[in-house]
Write a protein that binds this ligand. Sequence first.
Ligand code: BGC
Length: 373
Amino acid sequence: MKNTKKVLLATIAAGSMLALAACSGGSGGEGGEGGGGLIGVAMPTKSSERWIQDGDAVKEQLEEQGFKVDLQYAEDDIPTQVSQIENMITKGAEALIIASIDGTTLSEVLQSAADSDIPVIAYDRLIRDSENVDYYASFDNFVVGQQQAWSLTNGLGLTDLEGNPAEGAPAGPFNIELFAGSPDDNNATFFWNGAMDVLEPLIEDGTLVVKSGQTDFEQAAILRWDGEVAQSRMEDLLTADYSDGSQVDAVLSPYDGLSRGIISALTDAGYAVGAEWPIISGQDAELDSVKAINSGEQFATIFKDTRKLAEVAVNMAAAILNDEEVEVNNETDYDNGVKVVPSYLLESQIVVKDNITEVLVDSGYWTEEEING
Ligand code: BGC
């Protein structure tokens, strides 16, 4: 993959930066004279497994660097997240790492942070409409969307997992329905645009048919990434557009939690895993969804290694506090409405049944027992 070398080099660079920071007695480095400052870490919700993994990984890695950590979850409630961040500022946090719920609602509290010279790192989700966002740590979210679409075209026999046309591909047409993420999450548009970059030409040439006609982001979006809302939208689509005996062949789902809702709707409507079962995408490699891939209910997920993302964000915080150069690899794509936020983007991987062990078990993300237990 094209960026692997860059990522590797940057990781090494970031690693040596931290080693340097540790020796230089900077604000947070291990053995630093400051004894390690406090870093505030704001996460959106514990209702999704990935954010628990993120929070744990960020906390652990910050503590390894000698920092103290105030880690808070806001259960997807915006005022709660705002007041948690206010508290972090009051407690004297030296830096903030924030995965926002709604990317547009933090401007005021970030102004308070800026007034106290507290640097802010947007974690995974870009914080919009504020100049007080110093860095952004994330994945290449457009590519994540493309990967979700390629997993569908691969499952349908049209392409390989990198989107290259398959030999002897079936002509279709295949019925597909489309889901998008939460409209207040900047990532949701990136995932959608990436996926539609792949799917739109196939819809236009008739290989794919969206029977519901719902092909706009606004129609497909699921507020707060809520699986139950996805389930009821899928139920509505099945009733309205597939009661004539036709079948859904594929469902674009941008997140495992939505995929599980979609799977429930299909099961309730009488679909059973087998030849007629649709190809369904996902994201996050959540344990229940990895199990669902094993059992054939879900075709694929996108693995974004939260440990690596945590490492990038922790390195950014340490570098800022130690007056070191912060490693970024993208200074063009993430305009938050006020400025382009310097970003470090990691690579994601498609997980299908065949590579679960290689990608998830061998990397230590899940154990064989957790997946099969
Ligand atoms: C993250 C995804 C996640 C989704 C729902 C997005 O911002 O990038 O990994 O699936 O939120 O939690």
